[in-house]
Design a protein around this ligand. Structure first.
Ligand code: AP5
Ligand code: ZN
Length: 213
C-alpha cells in the first residue's frame, strides 16, 4: 500500500508507523527522522535545515521534496511506502502527485491523526527517542523497560531539541496554517481516513487496521 500519515506533533504518527510497516511490509520514510539524521551528521542539507527545525518552522519545500525523491528510489519502496510527516504543504502534495504520476501510481490512503491540541504538550514533553531507529517512548504513556535506555539495542535515549512547550507552539501553528490544507486537498479526492488519535495506542492501531482493511 501507498500511505500518508498526517497529524500534528505528538499525534502518534511515529508510534504507529512501525506497526503498520511490519504488517504491510512497507518502507517507512519519515522526513523529520531523515532531517534530524542530516543535522546530527552536519551534512549540507542538515546545516540548511537546522535553523527552521529548532524554531519549529517548516523546512523549505525544495529541500524535503529532494529528500523524498531520493529516498523513494530505494528498492524496498517500490511496492509501497508509508510517508510520515510528508507532504506537509499543498506544494509538497502536488510534487508528490507528479512524482508518482510519472511512475503511473498514486497514493492509496491518507491516515489523518485527528487530535485536540490540548493533549499534545504532555505527549511532546514526555517523549524520549532512540535516534538510530526512530523508536519513541514516553515517560508516562510508553516507558522503556529501563529508564533512559532503548528496549531493543540497550542504547541511550535522548529528548528532541524541538520537544519543548515553547517550540511546540510554533510547530502547532505551522501545522494548522500549512498542513491542514493538505488534509483538505486529499479529502476532496476522497482518500482520507480520520482516526481518533487521542485514544490509547492499541486502540489507534485497531483503527488504522480497520482503515486499511
Ligand atoms: P517531525 O519529526 O515530522 O515532527 P512532528 O510532525 O512534529 O511530529 P512528531 O514526531 O513530534 O509526532 P508523532 O506524531 O510522530 O508523535 P509520536 O508517535 O512520536 O518533524 C520535525 C521537524 O522537521 C518539523 O518541525 C520541520 O521543521 C521539519 N520537517 C519534517 N518534515 C517536513 C516537511 N515535510 N516539510 C517541511 N519541514 C519538515 O508520539 C509522541 C509521544 O506521545 C511519544 O512519546 C509517544 O510514546 C506518545 N504517544 C504516541 N501515541 C500515544 C497515544 N495513543 N497515547 C498516549 N501517548 C502516545
Ligand atoms: Zn514523528
Amino acid at each position: 500500500k501507498r500511505l500518508i500519515l498526517i497529524g500534528p506533533p505528538g499525534s502518534g504518527k511515529g508510534t504507529q508507523s512501525p506497526l503498520i510497516k511490519d504488517e504491510y511490509c512497507l518502507c517507512h520514510l519519515a522526513t523529520g527522522d531523515m532531517l534530524r539524521a542530516a543535522v546530527a551528521a552536519k551534512t549540507p542539507l542538515g546545516v540548511k535545515a537546522k535553523e527552521a527545525m529548532d524554531k519549529g518552522e517548516l523546512v523549505s519545500d525544495d529541500l524535503v521534496v529532494g529528500i523524498i525523491d531520493e529516498a523513494m528510489k530505494k528498492p524496498s519502496c517500490q511496492k509501497g511506502f508509508i510517508l510520515d510527516g510528508f507532504p506537509r504543504t499543498v506544494v509538497q502534495a502536488q510534487k508528490l502527485d507528479e512524482m508518482l504520476g510519472k511512475k503511473g501510481t498514486g497514493v492509496d490512503k491518507v491516515l489523518n491523526f485527528a487530535i485536540d491540541d490540548a493533549i499534545l504538550e504532555e505527549r511532546i514533553t514526555g517523549r524520549w527517542i532512540h535516534p538510530a531507529s526512530g523508536r519513541s517512548y514516553h515517560t508516562k504513556f510508553a516507558p522503556p523497560k529501563v529508564p533512559g535506555v532503548d528496549d531493543v539495542t540497550g542504547e541511550p535515549l535522548i529528548q528532541r531539541k524541538d520537544d519543548t512547550a515553547e517550540v511546540l507552539k510554533s510547530r502547532l501553528e505551522a501545522f494548522h496554517r500549512q498542513t491542514e490544507p493538505v488534509i483538505d486537498y486529499y479529502s476532496r479526492k476522497g482518500m482520507v481516513a480520520n482516526l481518533h488519535a487521542e485514544k490509547p495506542p492499541k486502540e489507534v492501531t485497531a483503527e488504522v487496521q480497520k482503515a486499511l482493511s
